[in-house]
Ligand binder design. Structure first.
Ligand code: HEC
Length: 142
């Protein structure tokens, strides 16, 4: 999936603090700037806004370079019959989206990226995922 990101996409992400490192076997790994695991807002701005937009509506600076448009994250509650889909978001952040199986998705899998940020504290990853999800909840339209 990240292989599909164009150079323009990568340049834009780099400028925004999300970087890519090329590994031997052609696989691209996402590395990311330091953020506080307690600030969902800071993590969202650094890691999600480049694609999903700072307001969550899917119009971040990188969005035009993607083949699949980033999901409008302000409609998660509305599209889930009025209930914020917290456990779905946690799963998506941990393991990637459902579309991943179909081989055409550009949404990074955050679990492994967050997991590398603090290897001495296994709780750090879960705290990050939970706080990003809680921040998304604040972006929901009524
Ligand atoms: C490189 C661009 C990119 C970045 C960075 C990115 N996303 Fe996405 N995201 C996408 C795209 C494209 C989709 C829609 C296609 C898909 O589901 O694969 C998506 C879909 C989603 C979905 C909906 C998935 C579903 O199955 O309902 C959620 C939730 C989401 N992103 C959250 C986030 C969060 C939170 C972050 C930051 C931690 C983030 N994204 C960072 C591109 C990105």
């Amino acid at each position: 999936m990240l292989k599909r990101l164009s150079l323009i996409t990568m340049a834009a992400l780099l400028a925004l603090g999300v970087g890519f490192a090329d590994q031997n076997n052609n696989k691209l790994t996402l590395t990311a700037n330091k953020t506080s695991p307690t600030s969902g807002k800071q993590m969202y701005s650094s890691y999600c806004a480049p694609c999903h937009g700072s307001d969550g509506r899917g119009n971040g600076p990188v969005a035009p370079a993607l083949k699949v448009p980033p999901t409008d994250l302000t409609l998660l509650t509305r599209n889930n019959r009025g209930k914020f889909p917290d456990s779905h978001i946690v799963t998506v952040l941990q393991n990637g989206t459902d579309l991943r199986a179909h081989g055409n998705q550009e949404m990074p899998v955050w679990g492994p990226i967050f997991g590398k940020m603090n290897t001495t504290n296994p709780q750090d990853k879960l705290l990050r995922i939970s706080n990003v999800s809680r921040y998304l909840e604040t972006l929901q339209v009524k």
